[in-house]
Every structure is written in structure tokens, then in C-alpha cells.
Design a protein around this ligand. Structure first.
Ligand SMILES: [Ca+2]
Ligand SMILES: [Ca+2]
Length: 346
């Protein structure tokens, strides 16, 4: 896989495994965004006793002993209170193995191991307010491990040593919170990317990657699914923000394909790290068809995902394509000419 997760928040719902925890909950907000329309708006205030009292939890599909995590953060004001924990990574027992803290006086990132027990290194770059900062961390969890932090793709700190404070040797979740802010000050988070090191694709720093959300804009040439309400133009059944099952497309048998044109990328789009088709889907019964495949058609070259299970509950289904159909890196023009395919499977 390598690219494990890329979060955009631009369909204005919490993705699977992601959600707010605590009182005065963080929300998905359109007040600020680094990419697209939406980001997470974190509020954490009420004094020095509040540390990770309200946060967003991200569950990962597997456990990882080495990872690269990009978090883009925007502060609306100067931090006030000495409780600046904003990122922590946790093992499967919920123990915090390490985290990042924003010092309220210096506004430098301090790196901790354990549940903010041991400060192991302090960064060098001052985080200004009212701007998006790309914060990346590379963690190897071992007795002789390492934690490296970059800000704006520049090295901020490097620690080598014990990054395994207890028995946990891997993480399967991380949390984000607004660092030590007053009630009038917020932090926003967007373009969150988690890479591991298992393949040759996307196995290193996300490097400021932006996560663009491209909606369907027109029907393609193949329209074998059935819209509800009857007669509806197919793409208009699946283009809502947030997703709505008021209108939908239904496959009545297997191997039915619908194809869709999608939004073009912004002109600034550079290297394309991956394309991640995603749909919200459910099955009405356990009778066939009960699975689907998501496909990409680039100039007639077609590739489908693995066969993906569909739940009886409406759920997000997606798969990462690190390369264009037929192989090689995607270009922006590939994406702009691409059609998204959805195929029903037994
Ligand atoms: Ca966004
Ligand atoms: Ca719909």
C-alpha cells in the first residue's frame, strides 16, 4: 500500500474510523481550508487542566512500527496556555508512545516520548499564526528508534534513541487536538497523509501533498446502473456534499458498469502521488451483487481495484491507485481526462 490514508474532509462527513472525542467537540468546518472547502476545526480551551480533552481520533487499518505522517495546521491566534499537545500516536492498548507539543512561549515544536513524559528534542522553526504549516513526522518505534520532524519540508528536529516507552512496538491510531488555545482561538487541520514503507510507492515524506477531492461532473459513455428516482441523470445521484442516499444508483445484477467524468485538478497540481476513487455504497440484501470494483479509465486504458466488499450499512469504499492504468506515474492531464468506473460484482 504505502499510502495508507489521505484525508481531505471535503465531503463534510467524518471518514470511517475518524471522529471527535470529548466535550466541546472539534467539527468539520469551511472557515479555513488548505485544499478544497473543508478542514477540521479544533477547539481546546478552559485552562491548563485540558489536554487532549477534545480531539479527533484517527484509527488506522493496520499496526505500524514505522510511519510518515503529514498534518497541516493553521493557528488563528497566539497560544496562551501551557498545554500545547497537538499530535500523539498510540498503540493498540491506547497507550501514547509519543507526540508533538507546541511551546506557547517560543512556538517551537517539542517532541515527546511516552504520554508526554520525556521531552527528547526541540525544533527550530517558529510556527506563525494565520498561515498553513506542513508538519511531517517520521517515526521508527524501537529501543533504538528515531523521530524526525519537518516543517514546510525543512528539517525541524531529529531524535535518535528509545521511542518505545512501554511494551507497545507499533501504533494503530493517532489523535489531533488544538494546541493550548483560548476560547477565541482555534486550530484547523487539513491534508492529513499517512504513509508506511512497505512498497516502492509513497513510502517516504508526503512532502506537503495536497488532497484534492474531485466530484463527478457528467456521465461517461457507459450507464448500466439504474438511478433512483427513475430517469435521473446518473451523475447527479452521487454528487452531493455531504453524501445523501435520497437519490442513488442501483445495480440489479453483476458486471454492470457506470462511468463518470470528474472535476479537473487546479492548475497548480504538480506530481500526482496517487488517485483514490471513493464511493459511498451499501447492499440491500445478501443476494448477488454484493461487492463492487472501482476503476479508472485513462484514454481507454482501464484498471479496476480488487473486489471490494459492500456492507448493508452505507459505508465509504475506496482503493489507492499509486500508478496510472498500465503503469507509470499519473499526470495532471491523466486525471483531468480520467473517467471513474463503478462495477457491480457477485
Ligand atoms: Ca480539505
Ligand atoms: Ca445521492
Amino acid at each position: 500500500m504505502s499510502l495508507i490514508r489521505a484525508y481531505h474532509f471535503d465531503n463534510n462527513v467524518w471518514p470511517p474510523g475518524v471522529g471527535p472525542v470529548g466535550t466541546n467537540l472539534p467539527t468539520i468546518s469551511s472557515v479555513q481550508s488548505r485544499t478544497g472547502t473543508y478542514s477540521i476545526r479544533g477547539t481546546q480551551y478552559d485552562g491548563s487542566s485540558y489536554t487532549f480533552n477534545q480531539y479527533v481520533s484517527f484509527a488506522l487499518p493496520l499496526s505500524f512500527s514505522e510511519f510518515f505522517l503529514q498534518v497541516c495546521m493553521y493557528l488563528t491566534g497566539t497560544p496562551e496556555i501551557n498545554n500545547g499537545h497537538f499530535l500523539r500516536w498510540k498503540d493498540s492498548s491506547g497507550n501514547t508512545l509519543g507526540g508533538l507539543h507546541l511551546n506557547p512561549t517560543t512556538r517551537l515544536i517539542e517532541v515527546y516520548t511516552g504520554n508526554f513524559i520525556t521531552k527528547v528534542v526541540t525544533g527550530t522553526q517558529v510556527l506563525s499564526v494565520s498561515t498553513w504549516h506542513v508538519i511531517e513526522v517520521h517515526v521508527i518505534i524501537e529501543d533504538s528508534g528515531s523521530i524526525s520532524v519537518r516543517v514546510g519540508a525543512n528539517s525541524d528536529s531529529d531524535f535518535s534513541g528509545d521511542t518505545k516507552p512501554g511494551t507497545g512496538t507499533s501504533i494503530n491510531s493517532f489523535d489531533l487536538a488544538a494546541p493550548h488555545l483560548s476560547s477565541n482561538v482555534h486550530a484547523y487541520f487539513d491534508d492529513i497523509v499517512f504513509n508506511d514503507t512497505t512498497t516502492s510507492f509513497n513510502n517516504s515524506w508526503p512532502n506537503g501533498a495536497k488532497v484534492f477531492y474531485c466530484l463527478p461532473t457528467a456521465d461517461g459513455t457507459t450507464k448500466q446502473w439504474t438511478p433512483t428516482p427513475a430517469g435521473l441523470t446518473h451523475w447527479t445521484a452521487i454528487d452531493e456534499i455531504p453524501p445523501s442516499a435520497t437519490d442513488y444508483l442501483r445495480a440489479t445484477t453483476t458486471n454492470l458498469v457506470d462511468s463518470f467524468e470528474i472535476t479537473d485538478l487546479p492548475a497548480i497540481a504538480g506530481t500526482i502521488k496517487a488517485v483514490i476513487p471513493e464511493v459511498y455504497a451499501w447492499k440491500g440484501s445478501c443476494d448477488s451483487p454484493t461487492r463492487l470494483a472501482l476503476g479508472l479509465d485513462v484514454g481507454g486504458s482501464v484498471e479496476y481495484s480488487s473486489d471490494l466488499n459492500v456492507s448493508v450499512v452505507q459505508s465509504l469504499i475506496s482503493e489507492v491507485f499509486p500508478e496510472r492504468p498500465g503503469g507509470g506515474n499519473f499526470t495532471a492531464s491523466d486525471v483531468n481526462s480520467m473517467k471513474l468506473l463503478v462495477k457491480s460484482l457477485p
